[in-house]
Ligand binder design. Structure first.
Ligand code: ATP
Ligand code: MG
Length: 395
């Protein structure tokens, strides 16, 4: 029945002169998302609206599922297209549609008509009123409520007539790539994939870095991170993931530095290395899944100590989130089940029993001086030997 989808987008509609850039990006992302779905689709932009036309058979669930992962979309309206054969025929079709969509449902409704084809013999208000009457006659369980209707019946009169009344919510946000690029520190945990999702949702293109510590962390732990990146890429588009061998750096820190500062010092080296990749790929910031007070390395003092080594902005979209709120998003975006798989990540192996919760930055700097002999060389080595995994939804 639905041969078309009307795509609703909110925020990007208010971007003034840049509006077309945002719309073009959205159209491109919709096209890309639909490549994964069976069928042939045409995506068009017409007087401030985006339509997806389905040119043959397709799977409704698959198409709506693909569209609901495209940032920038706030609503997906399945549209019935009707030939203009006069008002009587239109009224008959609208009543038939309601009988099919809402059989026996008791509800309030309102008809909203938009007449784009100005030669249509009736005005918008007239069409709405006349259709309303016909619906009341034919559907005794439906009543009119012009202020807060449960069902909004939209009729758009163009060359053909578009009819829709349902909106499947989209993810909102802005099309990926319209707000620059950032590098995500992606671990195998629950938080960092959610952080990446949230930044990408604001239109930021994401690349990622994972710090791997073989043999302390297994191949399966690495595969889990690749899997998380793949799930994320359904929303963000392709992700270039750097897998950094962090073992020698970790062992060296373990050997030379006070154990209660291990996590902080490790984190500082992660930031320094991630920044190298970020500069290379044109990122304007780093992204982490940190949230204030979640663990010892995420107190305000620890975050300050970590942040100190960063020259570019570090975005921490989960900073004010409780774990439960993060889990809710992780479940919604489908990363949760993968995140909770029980493979060690490198930080859980080298953690001290009693990590500092209020690191003294001067002390941390002094501890790092103990690494002077070899650390630069180890960092260079880690950057040089990093493996690049190109991740996309199909890989
Ligand atoms: P997550 O659930 O994202 O692993 P977490 O609550 O376990 O986070 P930490 O392990 O302290 O917290 O990590 C804080 C942040 O540091 C992570 O969100 C991530 O951005 C980054 N991070 C930690 N470990 C790694 C790693 N092995 N590779 C890349 N980034 C990491
Ligand atoms: Mg973690």
């Amino acid at each position: 029945m639905f041969k078309m989808f009307l795509i609703k987008y909110a925020e990007i509609a208010i971007k003034g002169k840049n509006r077309f850039l945002f719309e073009d990006a959205l159209v491109e992302h919709i096209r890309r998302a639909l490549e994964a779905a069976d069928g042939e689709f045409q995506v068009t932009k017409e007087s401030g609206r985006i339509y997806v036309s389905c040119l043959g058979d397709y799977d409704y669930g698959e198409v709506v599922g693909a569209l609901s992962k495209v940032f920038g979309i706030v609503g997906i309206c399945p549209v019935v297209r009707l030939e203009d054969r006069g008002f009587e025929e239109l009224a008959r079709e609208v009543v038939a549609y309601l009988g099919w969509m809402y059989p026996e449902r008791e509800a309030t409704f309102k008809v909203i008509t938009r007449r784009i084809k100005k030669s249509y013999p009736m005005e918008s208000m007239e069409v709405s009123a006349a259709l309303g009457e016909r619906i009341l006659e034919a559907c005794p369980k439906l009543t009119v409520d012009v202020h807060h209707p449960q069902i909004e019946i939209h009729v758009e009169i163009r060359g053909t007539i578009y009819l829709y009344s349902e909106t499947v919510p989209g993810p909102g946000g802005m099309p990926v790539g319209t707000n620059g690029r950032a590098t995500l520190l992606l671990s195998g945990g629950i938080d960092s994939p959610v952080a990446g999702y949230m930044i990408a949702k604001r239109g930021v293109k994401i690349d990622a870095v994972y710090f791997h510590a073989p043999p302390y962390t297994s191949e399966r732990a690495k595969q889990k991170v690749v899997d998380l990146a793949r799930i994320l890429s359904q929303y963000t588009g392709p992700i270039s993931l750097k897998v950094v061998n962090f073992t020698d750096i970790q062992l060296y820190i373990y050997e030379k530095c006070p154990h209660d500062e291990l996590t902080i010092i490790m984190r500082r080296y992660m930031m320094r290395i991630a920044q190298r990749f970020a500069q290379e790929n044109g990122s304007l910031g780093l992204v982490t899944g940190e949230s204030i007070g979640q663990v010892a390395s995420q107190t305000m003092q620890s975050l300050a100590a970590t942040n100190e080594v960063c020259e570019m902005p570090v975005y921490r979209p989960l900073i004010g989130f409780d774990k439960e709120e993060i889990v809710t998003v992780a479940k919604k975006i489908d990363t949760y089940e993968t995140s909770i798989l029980p493979y060690e990540d490198c930080c859980t192996i080298f953690v001290a029993k009693h990590p500092v919760t209020k690191p003294n930055r001067n002390a941390v700097r002094r501890s790092e001086q103990k690494l002077a002999e070899k650390i630069d060389q180890l960092v260079e080595e880690a950057v040089r030997t990093a493996e690049t995994v190109e991740v996309d939804p199909a890989c």
